[in-house]
Design a binder for this molecule. Structure first.
Ligand SMILES: Nc1ncnc2c1ncn2[C@@H]1O[C@H](COP(=O)(O)OP(=O)(O)O)[C@@H](O)[C@H]1O
Ligand SMILES: Nc1ccn([C@@H]2O[C@H](COP(=O)(O)OP(=O)(O)O)[C@@H](O)[C@H]2O)c(=O)n1
Length: 206
């Protein structure tokens, strides 16, 4: 079984994907980390974010088993990831890796922006997870602070809105719900309630 989960920044898709993978005994890939890892490598080496050839060569050396959200969580890495995510050639390379991952037995949960629309369009279960920008900014702020990283609510809210706009309006694989995705707004739900709602959707869909 493949479960495809998409949604805007800090909507809770990664949390749900991890919980669903554990619940159903599936592999999990946070595809945002693949974009973050390429962006972090470019930033660390002082390389330009707009050079497709360089980004592709970094992507070719990615090791999916070594992606670490704690290392890649920094706010500026998310911003840089969203900038390089407009490069079609880079996306082709990363989508190849992500599709290979999705073939693992007995199945996988993938979360990102284009899983239901591009990476796994035939997934039997698709979720599109949202929450209001204010709720998402609060969650991301608390998450960063709890990891001892700097976080300012007002600038995170402004940046999330900008990033959503960039992700939704790009011409390649824009953020949008697949036509057959189930919408899950978690603005008023805690993690447990969101998980229960997601399991209900999966049970009905499969
Ligand atoms: N329903 C929820 N209620 C409260 N906090 C949540 C909920 N879902 C996720 N979170 C918290 O919000 C933050 C962002 O969630 P995450 O799953 O990383 O989002 P995404 O993968 O969409 O960026 C994390 O700190 C997570 O623990
Ligand atoms: N499948 C995906 C996953 C992420 N991305 C890009 O990578 C950026 C970072 O993704 P992420 O999922 O780690 O971001 P958060 O939602 O965790 O903040 C996003 O803003 C997108 O621009 C993408 O284009 N396609």
């Amino acid at each position: 079984m493949i479960i495809a989960i998409d949604g805007p920044a800090a909507s809770g898709k990664g949390t749900l994907a991890r919980r669903l993978a554990r619940h159903y005994g599936l592999h999990h890939l946070d595809t945002g980390l693949t974009y973050r890892a390429v962006a972090a490598a470019l930033l660390a080496r002082g390389l330009p974010l707009g050079d497709e050839e360089i980004a592709i060569s970094v992507a070719r050396n990615l090791d999916l088993s070594r992606l670490d959200r704690d290392v890649l969580a920094a706010h500026e890495v998310g911003e840089a990831a969203s900038r390089i995510a407009v490069l079609q050639g880079l996306r082709d390379e990363l989508v190849r890796l992500q599709r290979d991952f999705a073939k693992r037995e007995p199945g996988a949960v993938l979360d990102g922006r284009d899983i239901g629309t591009v990476v796994c369009p035939d997934a039997p279960v698709k979720l599109y997870v949202t929450a209001s920008p204010q709720v998402r900014a609060r969650r991301r702020t608390d998450e960063l602070l709890s990891k001892g990283k700097p976080a300012d609510y007002a600038s995170i809210l402004a940046d999330l809105k900008k990033r959503d706009e960039r992700d939704s309006s790009r011409s390649v694989a824009p953020l949008k719900p697949a036509e057959d995705a189930h919408l899950l707004d978690t603005s008023e739900m805690d993690i447990e309630a969101a998980f229960k709602a997601a399991v209900d959707i999966v049970e009905q869909a499969r």
